[in-house]
Design a protein. Structure first.
Lengths: 149, 115
């Protein structure tokens, strides 16, 4: 995966947080991660990718991060279902926005939500993932890109 | 009518309407549900997501326009490539708003749609 491809997703992260009431998001330096031990926080929204690129893009965050994200979007109700809904929507928005760069053949699935342990995220073991750390308010989350072409 | 598989986004769109420019008559979380709700409520304006389970937004737009050629459909989607936008317009949508969006952008897009 090239730097340009990663930049598409970094731009998507920044664009998403620009539409919250606190746009002071910071994106950390991306790093490679072994798929045998996927990066994961409390709740994760996964988008399957097909077409010229195959794999997945996911957004993973602690519940407290997502609660504050809901509030920053004007949503006062932070029930469990809405937390799951929002991580899916973040992953969907970042992946969908990537089609501007990759074209309509970059096919995205509806989100799949998983909670808890990293071993519930099944990634191809022969690939590595790029982890894009996201720092917002006092919290830490990540967008993870696992794609092959 | 608001169509989006995300409850959060449906609620966000509904909150944007705090000036009561529109009256929300129905909500749907996929294309099939939207088609059923449309037949019952016959809304004049629809906000339509594209990536949804059961029936996606592009198919749903085509089916709604078959039922009512005067329906005004604003696509509200993260799919930001030109080809998808053009296909949505070909299927009968009149506007396209890319996610993420601000309240002001949504209200402006809806007003442009009806005016």
């Amino acid at each position: 995966m090239t730097e340009d491809v990663l930049q598409v997703f970094i731009d998507g992260v920044v664009r998403f947080f620009q539409h919250t009431d606190d746009d002071s998001v910071k994106v950390g330096t991306p790093y490679l991660s072994e798929n045998s031990n996927p990066e994961a926080f409390d709740v994760t929204g996964i988008i399957g990718i097909s077409g010229p690129y195959r794999g997945c893009v996911y957004f993973t965050a602690p519940k407290i991060f997502v609660k504050h994200l809901l509030l920053s979007m004007g949503e006062q109700d932070t029930r469990k279902e809405y937390i799951a809904d929002l991580v899916g929507e973040v992953a969907n928005t970042i992946s969908g926005n990537a089609r501007k760069a990759f074209g309509h053949e970059f096919m995205i699935s509806v989100p799949v939500i998983v909670e808890g342990a990293p071993n519930s995220i099944n990634l191809p073991k022969h690939l590595l993932s790029y982890v894009i750390p996201i720092y917002w308010k006092t919290y830490h989350s990540a967008v993870v890109i696992c794609l092959e072409n | 009518m608001i169509v989006d598989d995300s409850n959060i986004i449906r609620r966000k769109i509904e909150r944007c309407n705090d000036h009561n420019v529109f009256f929300v008559v129905a909500r749907a979380s996929n294309g099939e549900e939207a088609f059923r709700q449309f037949q019952i409520h016959r809304p004049t304006v629809v906000t339509m997501d594209l990536t949804m389970p059961k029936m996606d937004g592009l198919d749903c737009i085509r089916k709604l326009v078959e039922l009512d050629q005067n329906v005004k459909i604003l696509v509200v989607s993260a799919l930001s490539d030109k080809a998808t936008g053009i296909q949505a317009l070909k299927n009968g949508a009149q506007g396209f708003l890319c996610k993420p969006f601000s309240d002001e952008q949504l209200v402006q897009a809806l007003l442009e749609l009806v005016n």
